[in-house]
Design a protein. Structure first.
Length: 331
């Protein structure tokens, strides 16, 4: 009997990589897709054969709708439940705070409540976020023990979900883990995140359909990893003897400027000829040092990121060039 996994947010960046990983390990994978998704199968198109064979099963439902959620979860009867579904954009969460809190915060409680009521032994992974450390992190690098001080509706909702997961673990002895994840990117990143905006922008400049790329503060630094590496840490955290919390990060920080320079270098172009600084994209958190210490994940899970910063930039720019049918000159 194959193991069964359930992934909320399966149509998102991480969900699609996690589905791939679990299908490769022989799991039967069930995934929740929101009815409101405009193109839910876009990142899952290459898994069509698994869907046809029934190894991958997609269900319409919503993290805000307990009745559909409970019905689908009962039907799927998972051994492992990964909660990746979210309104995951920090800036957008200021526009829709209540909606963000409902999906990210209460959505997590709905899953934990179902798990508690079902009494079946199963394992739960919560996608927590480094955004919980806020605009001025209490220490650098940040660890599992670093105090949190969330400074956006998204971060507040993630903090609530994070501590509810820990509470259900402690109070009801559920096997519930959290991964405090720092930024991770890929060619499947949504286009309103800066890395994808740069990769796509460079490809469009090469294709001749764009003249300039408008960006915010290039000095802002991030701890950027590759999503495909990060989903492996999610899986590993559920294969341990005991549930725990792990920082999932690369431990390196890089300025947006470095991402820009490498992307334009690969295109054989000078970034300064195309990049325009636009203050509308500046964020209050641009000056913080958000960088994770992945020491515990390395020690307890045997996990470490395999993809370097430069390799990540390259695979993102290459993928956007391939989408537009243009060749990247410097690779
Ligand atoms: P993502 O691409 O935005 O994926 C999130 C998925 O959740 C999307 O498919 C989205 O569907 C779905 N969703 C939204 N509202 C929903 C609802 N009401 N019910 C069910 N599903 C819903 O995010 P990601 O980058 O893969 O991240 C995965 C998880 O890790 C998220 O929880 C995110 O907050 C967290 N995280 C990510 C990072 C990062 O750097 N990527 C860092 C820390 C934590 P639509 O596309 O249709 O909206």
């Amino acid at each position: 009997m194959p193991k069964r996994a359930f992934i909320t947010g399966i149509a998102g960046q991480d969900g699609s990589y996690l589905a791939e990983l679990l299908l490769g390990k022989g799991y039967q994978v069930h995934g929740l897709i929101a009815r409101s998704s405009h193109n839910p199968r876009e990142r899952l198109a290459h898994l069509a054969a698994a869907e046809t064979s029934g190894q991958l099963q997609l269900h319409y439902g919503d993290l805000t709708d307990s009745s559909s959620l409970f019905r689908i979860l009962t039907l799927a009867d998972p051994d492992e439940l990964y909660n990746l579904g979210a309104q995951s954009h920090v800036a957008i969460s200021f526009e829709i705070p209540e909606y963000t809190a409902n999906i990210v915060g209460l959505g997590t409680v709905r899953l934990l409540e179902w798990m508690r009521a079902s009494k079946k032994p199963m394992r739960f992974f919560q996608a927590s976020s480094a955004e919980m450390f806020g605009a001025a992190p209490a220490e650098v690098p940040q660890r599992e023990t670093t105090p949190v001080f969330p400074t956006s509706p998204y971060a507040c909702a993630k903090t609530f979900a994070h501590f509810m997961t820990i509470n259900y673990r402690e109070n009801y002895q559920l096997f519930a883990c959290t991964g405090i994840m720092f930024n991770h990117e890929s060619p499947r990143r949504a286009e309103n995140f800066v890395t994808r905006k740069i990769a796509r922008g460079v490809a469009e400049i090469l294709a001749g359909t764009r003249r300039e790329l408008r960006l915010g503060n290039l000095a802002a630094e991030k701890d950027w990893g590759y999503a495909q590496d990060f989903v492996e840490a999610m899986w590993l955290s559920l294969q341990q003897d005991k549930p725990d919390d792990y920082v999932i990060a690369t431990g390196e920080s890089h300025a947006v400027q470095e991402f820009v320079d490498e992307a334009f270098r690969l295109a054989g172009l000078q970034a300064s000829d195309y990049v325009v600084i636009d203050s509308q994209f500046f964020r209050p958190t641009d000056t913080r040092r958000l960088v994770g210490d992945p020491g515990k994940a390395r020690e307890k899970l045997g996990w470490q990121p395999r993809t370097s910063f430069r390799a990540l930039v390259r695979l993102m720019v290459e993928a956007d060039c391939a989408r537009l049918g243009v060749k990247l000159p410097m690779v």
